[in-house]
Structures are given as C-alpha cells and as structure tokens.
Design a protein around this ligand. Structure first.
Ligand SMILES: [Zn+2]
Length: 384
C-alpha cells in the first residue's frame, strides 16, 4: 500500500495549464473558462492566446501567465526576418518541430536587432492583455540552436569575430569570418584550431543568450516591476540561462516521482529563491496521486492533469484531459489537510482514495475505480 500523509504551509497551488484558450474552433468541446469557473482555479499558467475578449473574461476568475517562444513572428503570422540560419544561410527549425504544421516554424536569432525588437514587442503585447507573468518556452534559443547547426547569420558572425578578439585564440588571418573559414575547407589547416573555434562558438552563443534574456528582462522589469518571468526549465534545472527568470515550469518523468528527487529540487529552489511548478507527462491517474502528494509535501505548485502533453514521436499532438468532475474533487482537496492512498488492487481495478478532513470529525472519502489494463478511470464516488 502506498500512503503519503500531507502536511505543510499550503503555499503550493494546484494550477491549470491550458495550452490554448479552449474552445479553439467550433469542433472543440473543451472550454477553459468554464472549467476555471467550475473548479474555482485561481491561476492559469502557460497559455498561448491573443484573444482580448477571452482573456478579459478569464481575468474575472483567475490570474494567468501567457507564453511566448523563439518563434515569435516578425511579418504578420510568419517568421521571415531575424531568424537562426545554418551555414548555407537557410533558416533553421528545431528538429522536433520539423513535421509540425505551422506558419511560424523558424526560431529567432538573439543577435539579430529585428528579433530583439520583435521579442520585446511581443512581451509588451502579452502584458497589455492582462498577464501577471510571461512564460518563455525554449529559452535556450541560440544556445540550443548551435546543436543543430545555427546560427551563422551576419550578426552572429560579426559578434563571434569580436568575441574571439578577446578570447586569446590565435586567428589565422585578419577580418576573420567563421562561416567563410568553415566553408573554405582548404584554409582549415589545423584540427586543433577547428576544435577550439567550435568550443568558443558554443560559448559565444551561450553568452549571447544570457545577454539577450538579461536585457529583455531588465527592459520589461523597468516598465512592469511586478511582472513574473517564467521559463520552461526541463526537470527543474537551474542553468545560467534558466536562472535569469523568477521561476520555472518543468515537466518531470514518472521515474522522478521520488522523495529524493523532490527533496533535492526543494533545496535548490530555496537556495536560489526560485518558484517552481511541476507538470507530469502521464496519462495514468495513479501516477498523479504520487505527483500530488510529492508536490504538496515539498511545496511545489502542481499542474492539473488537464491539457497535459503526453505524446511521443508520431503521437506528438497527444494531450491528456482528466474528467472535469474528478478534477473538481482534486482541486477542492489539494489545499486541505488530506491524504491520497492507493488502497488495493482487485481484479485489476485499483481504488485510489482521498481522505480530506473537513474538521476533526468528518472525513470526505473519494474512491476512484481505475483500470490498470487501459489506464482508464472507470468511475469514482465521494463518500461524505
Ligand atoms: Zn544569428
């Protein structure tokens, strides 16, 4: 029997993360605002939306953070100018987005003045729509793009030449241009120099991102000191780039559902004074029981299992949406002094029980009948 008791300061929150403001079209049966109303959610994070009227309505019930990423368009809906380029001058897509159908597949280059302006303007627009915070997804930008062959745009090349002038590297000729040097392999006469330049280029792109995010953050904060800036910090890591943000929203894996993982993350967040929200990529309700317990025990915000990305490879559009009624029970109990237990396995139906003490005598009990054959919730009941 798995059993976790929950104590604490109740500083953590169960938050809703709706990737888009549903319904997104006439066929969409989901409705973010109706769900927010039903659950009494006070915070919606990581939402992609430009809908002035929709966000105004949402703001009546919950504060929300809006998301942006390196694909902020520069020309209408399209990503044309100021983009990360490969060595041949072609615009680059992130490898995992290569098959996604979208108007704006290309990442901006942090060294391009066009993209610097576009990224700042986008933040201003989102804040003007009423966001309490901004979430920057894929905040590694050029630091990550260097792994798939970027960025060789003119701004990066000029910037890299300047960077090298203070690096102590002995360059083979004056007016050095890294792209021209690599393209003309006859001149690449030293494998040692080639390796040194490659290492320095990674360092340069990393420092470019640190400078870009720092400048962007400082400009935003000088105008809106209270705005919260979050990033997608995979597994709750706080690298130099992620540490430029106030907080992180991180996807964790089933194997991270351990006391040691959460304890270590708690200690890091405390020492760095960072706010951390976790989201679990799973469509298994039983995993969520462990997840809620651990988030409560170690005081992390937890993303509710609704609109949670669980796809892999070909199913990259798969998202998990738990039943609204069950989610309502989970929400109402997350803050209470409660215990989730996985009681027993009977004919492959698992009973997951939540006991919430309303006062010293009364206990609400939720029993969820869950099939471990197909990971489906068969039904659930609340016993008062
Ligand atoms: Zn560039």
């Amino acid at each position: 029997m798995l059993c976790f008791s929950v104590i604490g300061q109740n500083s953590e929150e169960l938050v809703l993360s709706s990737r888009f403001l549903h319904p997104i079209n006439s066929k969409d049966t989901l409705n973010t605002i109706n769900l927010v109303k039903k659950l009494g959610v006070k915070k919606v994070d990581w939402l992609y939306s430009d809908s002035e009227s929709g966000l105004k309505e949402l703001s009546k019930y919950a504060r929300f953070s809006l998301a942006m990423n390196p694909q902020v368009p520069d020309s209408g809906q399209f990503t044309i100018k100021g983009r990360v380029q490969d060595i041949n001058g072609n615009k680059l897509k992130a490898p995992w987005m290569s098959k996604w159908k979208m108007n704006n597949p290309y990442w901006g280059c942090v060294n391009s003045p066009v993209f610097q302006e576009v990224f700042k303007k986008r933040a201003q627009v989102l804040i003007s729509l009423g966001a309490y915070g901004l979430v920057v997804d894929d905040a590694r930008m050029n630091d990550q793009a260097v792994e798939w062959g970027g960025c060789f745009c003119e701004y990066c090349m000029d910037g890299f030449t300047n960077f090298l002038s203070t690096s102590g590297v002995n360059l083979p000729y004056l007016n050095f241009n890294y792209k021209a040097y690599l393209k003309d392999m006859n001149k690449v006469d030293s494998v040692y120099l080639l390796a040194e330049l490659k290492m320095q280029f990674k360092k340069f792109q990393h420092e470019s991102v640190v400078k870009f995010i720092s400048n962007w953050r400082d400009e935003i904060k000088s105008q809106w000191p209270d705005i919260k800036l979050f990033t997608n910090n995979y597994l709750g890591r706080w690298t130099e780039i992620y540490s430029l943000f106030d907080g992180g929203i991180a996807e964790i894996r089933n194997k991270d559902l351990t006391d040691s993982f959460f304890l270590q993350k708690r200690s890091t967040c405390d020492s760095l004074k960072k706010e951390q929200t976790f989201t679990l990529a799973s469509d298994n309700f039983l995993d969520y029981i462990n997840f809620f317990n651990l988030c409560k025990k170690y005081h992390f915000n937890a993303v509710a299992p609704w609109d949670v990305f669980v796809g892999k490879g070909k199913e990259s559009n798969s998202r998990y949406f738990i039943e609204d009624d069950l989610l309502e029970v989970i929400f109402s109990n997350f803050k209470n002094d409660c215990t989730w237990q996985i009681d027993s396995t009977e004919n492959l139906i698992v009973k997951a029980t939540l006991s919430a003490r309303k006062n010293r005598r009364n206990t609400n009990k939720l029993i969820v009948y869950f099939s471990s054959i197909n990971n489906e919730i068969k039904h659930f009941e609340i016993i008062k």
